[in-house]
Design a binder for this molecule. Sequence first.
Ligand SMILES: CC(C)(COP(=O)(O)OP(=O)(O)OC[C@H]1O[C@@H](n2cnc3c(N)ncnc32)[C@H](O)[C@@H]1OP(=O)(O)O)[C@@H](O)C(=O)NCCC(=O)NCCS
Length: 164
Amino acid sequence: MHAISQAKEDPGAASLRIRRARAEDVPQVSALDAEVTGLAKPEYWRDIFERYGDRRLDERFFLIAEIVGDDHREPILGFIVGEVRVWEFGSQPCGWVFAFSVEPDARLQGVGKSLFDAISAEFKHAGVQRMRTMVARNNHLHMTFFRGEGMMAGPYIQLEKDID
Ligand SMILES: CC(C)(COP(=O)(O)OP(=O)(O)OC[C@H]1O[C@@H](n2cnc3c(N)ncnc32)[C@H](O)[C@@H]1OP(=O)(O)O)[C@@H](O)C(=O)NCCC(=O)NCCS
């Protein structure tokens, strides 16, 4: 993406910033998610912002990546959402990542890693020593990314069944 290249060549002109989501980001997050998943769910994203972007912010993290220039603001490039969960399934407190996407035109330029590093730092600051996520078996991008960041199979197995 032009703005990222510009930021790399001339860090004074524009830079990648990771910040907390604001209410006005929700339509863009929803649009990016719809673009990536093929499914629009604006109510879901409004609800996610209310729960993860607006309260208990010491353990809930809804982070946005954006390019910030001198005189203008670009559209958001990606987001990551997670929270500290305690004692579920007998687990010690840990940080869960449950939503994560980067704008297709902005991929492979470090935006995903910047978001992942930022939420890892937030989890560490919140006092947990481990983070978790779930990856759809057919989401090779997520799998490749998370493995590249050092995440490995954990001690739990997901079980499910169709309800008659
Ligand atoms: C996974 C995702 C977040 C990565 O974002 P990104 O900005 O492209 O990631 P980065 O540029 O920071 O890449 C970091 C590392 O991930 C790995 N990686 C990312 N994309 C890759 C690809 N297409 N092929 C191979 N490795 C890849 C590489 O190891 C890369 O490190 P490198 O650049 O040193 O080789 C992005 O591909 C994405 O949004 N995918 C779709 C996610 C999705 O399906 N969301 C909906 C459900 S929540």
